[in-house]
Design a protein around this ligand. Sequence first.
Ligand SMILES: [Zn+2]
Length: 305
Amino acid sequence: MDSIFVTFEKALKKRFAIGAFNFYNLETLQAILEAGEITASPVICSVSESALQYMGIDATVMMFEALTEKKKYPAYLHLDHGKSFEVCKKAIDAGFDSVMIDGSALPFDENVKLTKRVVKYADKHGVFVEGEIGTLSGIEDNTIVDEKDSKYTNPQEAKKFLDLTKVNSLAVAIGTSHGAYKFSGDPKLRIDILSNIEKELGKFPIVLHGASTVDLKLIKQINARGGKIKNAKGVSVEDISEICKHHNVCKVNVDTDLRICFIASLRKNLKACPKEINPRFFFSDAKEEMKNLIITKIKLFQGKL
Ligand SMILES: [Zn+2]
């Protein structure tokens, strides 16, 4: 089975993006892994720091290992937005395939220093490292970044960061943000900035965060059944498709869309089946719907939609 390094090389060469999906329990992990098998595709299973606290690192790794043992296609365990050397080290020691060290909120020099330290440790263990430069606005678990403070990635700075840190992939800020409320104005990504970054970096894997498209039909469904999600807005499917087909983006992260899908399913079935008290009844349906959504995402990222 291909290592994560080889899979990224293939993605870069063949111009597709690997889907990176967040999980936080058995059902969400099953949904990702089953979608990978059905589409015969590699998948990245991401765990945020708070999801790691929620599940515990030992349970996370054991669950991942148990469920991937008999898989035909590669799945990689990835730490999403590690904020410190310590948490990255913990993930590496526990057997993660890949870690993201997110020093993007730090001044450039400090981000370089922190990222270099993680790369040095990860290298010794054959673990893949994603860095980030430029801040994404929105909500990412414990971190809240004001929209006005959000910065697009500076292409020259990105090149310098890469040369100094030797990370394996780089997350950039081109106008996406985390959460369900991505744009207050025109929902347009700065694909021009992405092209400039690519000119500076050459053939190098870029990562796109905050890439949920936010299905307004599902938001409507949630709100019709007691939810209160107002003014949600995501990235357009066309932008994602263009980025995956014609750019060096090799990993696209999706979390919000999966959450929306899962909750829409739960609200629908809780309302429809008021006498049912078996949680598995609700969770298995939510998992199926999430799996179908992930299949669609994988195809979109492979340029097949
Ligand atoms: Zn992110």
